[in-house]
Design a protein around this ligand. Structure first.
Ligand code: NAD
Length: 485
């Protein structure tokens, strides 16, 4: 398969809704288009998923065989890594070297969760109890861990291969049937990945790929009475809509991986060169379109000026460009809509009195490129630049005097996805790890992730976890069985 054949395949998929263009964010040119699948297709996808769940064509496959299929999927993803990376680049503008890393991380989701297929177990106890009857007798009690029948998987455009694999691997390890909707901006890699799943042995009807807008296809999945669980990654705003849809429909279980506005605390005893280098990369990676980036930096007063100057230098030296350009480190924003959103925040920041030390403008070339931007002099109480997730290459930097002030500033946000502390004082590092209200904390490191460790958000950054044991637990329900002995 080639990129062109995937573009053609997408164009040929029938649908009954609106036509949706796919635009290369580097050239601003339309590369293909597709049709929103429409309501009948969502109904049909949910019905197919329900039928396969009820007939146990996947959940009934012995654990070891399910594990083998997941492992095979991982191998096939690796075999198709070049194509998947190319699709990631052409669709989301991700630099080729980073797209390859993401694809490798994608296949490892399946290897990691292949191992869990044989480790889904509950507890067993012999109990002498009468329960509420008051007549004591010998009982054997045990728990069964069972998959949800139909799971809706909905995810964003910022890492299409990563997000597809992060959701499908645990859902399939658990034994669920699924309806999968990628973001309308980035439907390409999901076509290849779904084909790989079937080639590896996932029975037809277990994974049902649908394409369309969030407010049409996505909303219909979340409100569908036969969908038992929705696993969503995306904005906090849409996360709320998903919870509302669940409440108004069948109270399907919801897990949410949402937005972030993560703090990075740099103390004057930190390894400053390392802290500045990592904090600079850790706020501008993928043009700021990564949920866990450290988009609010706080520097202790003694090193504040050096931190601002250092991050501004990084911002000015990061090479932006197309995926295959020589030495490129950062690609464009995903769309014109996202570009307008980021520029709107920058205009608002200027109007509010923020000082833009560098950046603040669009690059003078084709493509949705914004110069990495460093903003200071923002008021934490009122500044939207400081408070809201921009999802663009914009960082605010503020000074602090001591630990208490640093923590107060860091936690002064509705989000709680991640946080970082740079200090060589070991006691302080661990003390602040406890005080940061965030689901992931880095001590003298940023952007760390592994499939074996849970990832999730405090506060309005999410419900539930992805990866690790916690990641498969969210796809399993627990049933307690009592047996009279
Ligand atoms: P988004 O919320 O606009 O869209 C995400 C997905 O939801 C898309 O597939 C979209 O079509 C769908 N959708 C939109 N409206 C819907 C509705 N009413 N019902 C059902 N589905 C709907 O997010 P985005 O702009 O695509 O992605 C950026 C956001 O994703 C950022 O907020 C970022 O922080 C977040 N994100 C979070 C994580 C995490 O792990 N916490 C990871 C990646 C991205």
């Amino acid at each position: 398969m080639s990129v062109q054949s995937v573009l053609d395949e997408l164009r040929g998929i029938p649908g009954t809704g609106e036509t949706i263009p796919i635009v290369d964010p580097v050239t601003e040119e339309q590369i293909t288009e597709f049709t929103d699948c429409g309501p009948e297709a969502i109904d049909a996808a949910v019905s197919r998923a329900k039928e396969t769940a009820e007939s146990r064509v996947w959940s009934g496959v012995p654990d070891y065989d399910r594990a083998r299929v997941l492992w095979k999927i991982a191998d096939l993803i690796d075999e198709n890594a070049d194509l998947l990376a190319d699709l990631e680049s052409v669709n989301a503008g991700i630099p080729a070297s980073q797209a390859k890393v993401i694809t490798r991380v994608g296949s490892e989701w399946f290897r990691y969760y292949a191992g869990w297929c044989t480790k889904i177990d509950g507890i067993a106890r012999d109990v002498n109890t009468g329960g509420l009857t008051g007549v004591e007798s010998h009982m054997h009690a045990y728990t069964l861990r069972e998959p949800y029948d139909v799971v809706g998987l909905i995810f964003p455009w910022n890492g299409p291969v990563f997000n597809y694999c992060a959701k499908l691997a645990p859902a399939l390890a658990a034994g669920s049937s699924t309806v999968v909707k990628p973001a309308e901006e980035t439907p390409l890699s999901a076509l290849v990945l779904t084909r790989i799943l079937h080639e590896a042995g996932i029975p037809e009807g277990v994974v049902n790929l649908v394409n369309g807008y969030g407010h049409t296809a996505g909303a219909q999945i979340t409100a569908h009475p036969d969908v038992d669980k929705v696993a969503f990654t995306g904005s906090t705003e849409v996360g709320r809509e998903i919870v509302r849809a669940s409440a108004a429909s069948n109270l399907n279980k919801v897990t949410l991986e949402l937005g972030g506005k993560s703090p990075v605390l740099i103390f004057d005893d930190a390894d400053l060169d390392m802290a500045i280098a990592m904090a600079g990369f850790g706020c501008f990676l993928h043009s700021g379109q990564v949920c866990m980036l450290g988009s609010r930096i706080f520097a202790q007063r003694g090193v504040y000026e050096r931190v601002v100057a250092g991050i501004a230098t990084i911002a000015d030296n990061l090479q932006l460009g197309g995926p295959k350009d020589e030495g490129v480190m950062i690609g464009p924003l995903i769309s014109e809509r996202q570009l307008n959103r980021v520029m709107g925040y920058l205009d608002q920041g200027r109007a509010d009195g923020a000082e833009l030390v560098t950046g603040g403008h669009r690059l003078d070339r084709k493509g949705y490129f914004v110069h990495p931007t460093v903003a200071t002099n923002v008021d934490p109480a009122t500044s939207r630049l400081f408070q809201e997730e921009i999802f663009g290459p914009v960082v605010t930097i503020l000074p602090f005097d001591d630990e208490d002030e640093a923590i107060a500033l860091a936690n002064d946000t509705a989000y709680g996805l991640a946080g970082t502390v740079w200090t060589q004082n070991l006691g302080r590092a661990h003390r602040l790890a406890k005080r940061l209200k965030a689901g992931t904390v880095g001590l003298n490191c940023q952007l760390q992730f592994d499939h074996s460790m849970p990832f999730g958000g405090y506060k309005q950054s999410g419900w539930g976890y992805e990866s690790g044991k916690a990641g498969i637990d969210t796809y399993l329900q627990s049933k307690t069985v009592w047996a009279q002995m």
